[in-house]
Design a protein around this ligand. Sequence first.
Ligand SMILES: Cc1cc2nc3c(=O)[nH]c(=O)nc-3n(C[C@H](O)[C@H](O)[C@H](O)COP(=O)(O)OP(=O)(O)OC[C@H]3O[C@@H](n4cnc5c(N)ncnc54)[C@H](O)[C@@H]3O)c2cc1C
Length: 429
Amino acid sequence: MDKFDVVVVGAGPAGSIAAYLLAKEGLQVLLVERGTFPGSKNVSGGLLYSRIVNEIFPNFWEEAPVERAITAHSIVFLGEDSALALHYTDTGAANSPYNAFSVLRAKFDRWLAEKAEQAGATLIPGITVDGLLVEKGRIAGIKAGPDEIPADVVIDAEGAKSLLAKEAGLRGDFNPKDVSLGLKEVIELPEATINERFNCSPGEGAAFTMVGQSSGVEGGGFLYTNKTTLSLGFVAKISSLKDSQLKAHEIIEEYKSHPFISRLVQGGEVVEYSAQTVHRGGVHLIPQLYGDGILLVGSAAGLVLNNVLTLRGMDLAIASGVAAAKTVLAAKEKGDFSRAALSAYEKTLKENVVYRDLETFKQAYPLLENKRLFETYPDMLCSTMKELFSVDTTPRKKAFGVLREKMKGQVSMIEMAKDLVQVARGIGV
Ligand SMILES: Cc1cc2nc3c(=O)[nH]c(=O)nc-3n(C[C@H](O)[C@H](O)[C@H](O)COP(=O)(O)OP(=O)(O)OC[C@H]3O[C@@H](n4cnc5c(N)ncnc54)[C@H](O)[C@@H]3O)c2cc1C
């Protein structure tokens, strides 16, 4: 088999961007994807923060298969039969340069991989890379079934499972408490119904982050609008899912039966169901990013930002693809793909503003560990609102009095003060 300059494993956003940038500079690039086509196996809520893609493909939305420009974001606390929403609308986000789009990965990843192919990369879908080729202690290519494909450098863009990263000795075993399982349904509805139900103008969309009513499973939900579908999902901490004894699909079913959600998805047909692991995110979970002849990008490098308000991975994946391409180009010029030469990757990545967001929100991780945030407070807030808006034959109480009453036996003032400090540290309010 011919030797390539670079083999990229995985045609997700990280891999396709790296392959595109390297092929554009004339390197011989092989992009290997286990799915029958790029995106066929990928799971994501689908909210793409678009600034970084726009840097690579200016005005990409004019040709890329994006769904809707997101102009409304809501954080929704779910009580048993009630919901308290913090709703934000920005009609300006419906204009260039656009903050975020909803995307369907089967279409978007395919488009990105086509860009890599048009730049000269060789894309081979339907092949699973099952090992690394090692020569004299350094990574020297990949193994796929009976084939061994040599390369100067391997870019591991295989996503969250990152088995090759483990094989290369760049990470150890995952701790179940640091990994979540993302569950997602795509629910079809007519475009006009979505516009009406979500109060959206054509082409504009809404995003919901949901906290609470998770059947005791630690995690949170999301609901994003696409053109003629909704992406509804739940990201569940794996250790907590195991303890709950619930089956993954049962969580989504329960979610869909909540009155806040059932009205939004009513009449829709489930056209896709998928599940995938996702890191809980945070700088402290990032493994060794490079070795002799290998670089880790995207989810394989643990690059996920979850600060409760947003779950971001695609823009981080793209940023790492850019940084990896820059590093490989410099290494190619020197003809040196050693660990020392590739170490420049970490510095380049850390300079990227998208990566710096990970550092800004490094205190967000403890928030995800705080059960009260996901169980006690959503219920407490909703029942406090219920009481404040209800008028019956008993005398009404002031808001703080109602809240104190709801707190009894659930959370002390000291715990609540500590939690508020944690929220302030985590999301910087
Ligand atoms: C439920 C859920 C919701 C999410 N919501 C959002 C969101 O709204 N916004 C956001 O920005 N991020 C979100 N994320 C995170 C985001 O999906 C990831 O961070 C992003 O997809 C990472 O991109 P990647 O290119 O590194 O890996 P992936 O997108 O996982 O791509 C990896 C690719 O490698 C291929 N592959 C894997 N192993 C092999 C192999 N051995 N051989 C060949 N090919 C292989 C796979 O088929 C796949 O195409 C979500 C994740 C989940 C699970």
